[in-house]
Design a protein around this ligand. Structure first.
Ligand code: GTP
Ligand code: MG
Length: 197
């Protein structure tokens, strides 16, 4: 899919106030600092459409971006960031759960995990939660530029082994790098396919 336009629409902490249009929507979720906002920039070929930072906890709201005037990308705050206060963590969790429970336009979620790390309980629990709520998702491995191809293979295999303990099959997954653009065609091609159905 060719990106012809990518515009920021709005930021929100209230799901009820998110865009009312019925355009198909794709949300990026994962631990703080995993690279959600960077991936949105990479996919859309924009340097700073979504705000990124080396410090975790940068994205704090639900951010809607309109792509090619006919679908939405959504940048969400990260989960599992220890330095956020308990009360704001609760607020985040509340609006993230509300987002996933209420947003009927959501076609699929992309759960991002850092390719360098072993499967973390918080990510596995989140995927479990999505499964229990009937929310389709794919996994996006990020920061693939940080590992050699053999190590990537090994990390994906390890991930698969752990996931297959609780899932019947390995969820759909993508290997990406926002630094060198790896995975851009695959993710955009997948979204295009879903948009056509
Ligand atoms: P929060 O909004 O805080 O939840 O973080 P986020 O998941 O949106 O992460 P963000 O895109 O802000 O990136 C976090 C850090 O990781 C930044 O320093 C990015 O430059 C870096 N980063 C993101 N993607 C990649 C990647 O593919 N490769 C490398 N090497 N660094 C990356
Ligand atoms: Mg972010």
């Amino acid at each position: 899919m060719k990106i012809k336009s990518a515009e920021f629409i709005m930021s929100n902490s209230d799901v009820e106030k998110c865009p009312k249009s019925r355009l198909p929507e794709y949300a990026f979720i994962g631990r703080s600092n995993v690279g959600k906002s960077s991936l949105i920039n990479m996919l859309t070929n924009r340097k700073s459409l979504a705000k990124t930072s080396g410090r975790p906890g940068k994205t704090q709201l639900i951010n809607h971006f309109l792509i090619n005037k006919n679908w939405h990308l959504v940048d969400l705050p990260g989960y599992g960031y220890a330095r956020v206060s308990k009360s704001s963590k609760k607020t985040f969790q509340k609006f993230i759960t509300q987002y996933f429970n209420l947003r009927e336009q959501l076609v699929t979620a992309f759960v991002l995990v850092d390719i360098r790390h072993n499967p973390q309980p918080i990510d596995l629990e989140f995927m479990q939660w999505l499964g229990e709520h009937g929310i389709p998702f794919s996994i996006i491995f990020t920061k693939a530029d940080k590992l050699k191809p053999m190590a990537i293979k090994k990390h994906v295999n390890d991930y698969q082994t752990i996931l297959l303990e609780s899932w019947e099959e390995m969820p759909n997954y993508f290997i990406t790098s926002s630094s060198n653009g790896v995975g851009q065609d695959d993710v955009l091609g997948y979204i295009e396919e879903l948009n056509e159905n």
